[in-house]
Design a protein around this ligand. Structure first.
Ligand SMILES: [Zn+2]
Length: 286
């Protein structure tokens, strides 16, 4: 799933390639992906792309005269910039991975795609990004929050730190992958409870959040969109590295599985060498 650094890089890419161009055509191939009907998709035609921004994990393509195409890429969504399109034929609805295609006046443009059968990419055409419920609910941006804000937000929600850190209403932008990386960098168990974290632990967590996300943004911005996923993988210490050695202490990276997700952590760095109980496994054993 694209998180703060990847969405920032995609926005940067659009700022360099799409800004200043007018929309020639906006095609909606996956009808269910467009969550709004007013203004209609035809309202974008003829508008100039003036900016591309990020709100948490939402991408916001800004057109002149108060129109925004706000996109949540969900788990398997992506944005592909195209120098040109092979054909002028409109997309056939319901066919293939392309959900939305935006053609610009110079023949270039971009596709919003979603792999797999579970379709959850969401696009909104709105006059104000705050009209998107998920954007309106976002907490402060994880990369911008100062220590006082960060501490206040983390303490506002009692629970396991992994879940609180990925709650977009607490802090915006962190998902499953970067929360694993941030907790590893902060040497905290993903199951540590937020109301038991000391001021010193919160300061370390704040610093780790800024550093992990900041470094990922630096690595990602300027990369071609096609190379972003490989770039993300290359920078990970524990996420998606189950069974591999921790680059910091050499212990074996372990995993805890849930119904539809999993987390990875290093026992040596994060849990005093003790493996965490895998609830799914213990349920099977019992
Ligand atoms: Zn380690």
């Amino acid at each position: 799933m694209p998180e703060l650094p990847e969405v920032e890089a995609l926005a940067d890419h659009l700022r360099r390639r799409a800004v200043g161009h007018r929309v020639a055509r906006l095609e909606i191939a996956a009808i269910s992906a467009l969550k709004t009907y007013d203004p209609p998709s035809s309202a974008a035609v003829g508008r100039t792309v003036t900016d591309a921004r990020r709100h948490g994990k939402f991408l916001d393509v800004v057109f002149d005269d108060d129109l925004h195409l706000v996109v949540h890429l969900a788990r398997a969504g992506w944005l592909h910039h195209r120098e040109s399109f092979p054909s002028a034929t409109p997309l056939r609805p319901g066919k293939g991975p392309i959900a939305v295609r935006v053609r610009l006046d110079d023949g270039s443009g971009f596709d919003l795609t979603e792999a797999g059968t579970q379709k959850s990419l969401a696009a909104y055409l709105v006059t104000d990004p705050a009209q998107v419920p998920g954007v309106a609910r976002l907490g402060p941006d994880a990369l911008d929050a100062d220590l006082a804000t960060f501490t206040e937000r983390l303490r506002s929600r009692r629970g396991q730190v992994k879940g609180v850190l990925t709650d977009q209403q607490v802090l915006a932008g962190v998902g499953n992958a970067y929360s694993d990386e941030i907790l590893h960098a902060a040497k905290l168990s993903p199951f540590a409870l937020t109301d038991r974290l000391t001021d010193a632990q919160l300061a370390t967590l704040h610093e780790a959040t800024r550093r992990v996300l900041g470094e990922a943004v630096t690595r990602s911005v300027g990369q071609r969109a096609a190379e972003l996923k490989a770039e993300k993988r290359s920078g990970l210490a524990v996420h998606a590295r189950t069974g591999l050695p921790c680059p910091v202490c050499g212990d074996t990276v372990r995993e805890v599985s849930f119904a539809d997700s999993s987390l990875q952590y290093c026992p040596g760095c994060q849990t005093g060498g003790k493996p965490l109980a895998d609830r799914r496994l213990s349920r099977i054993v019992r």
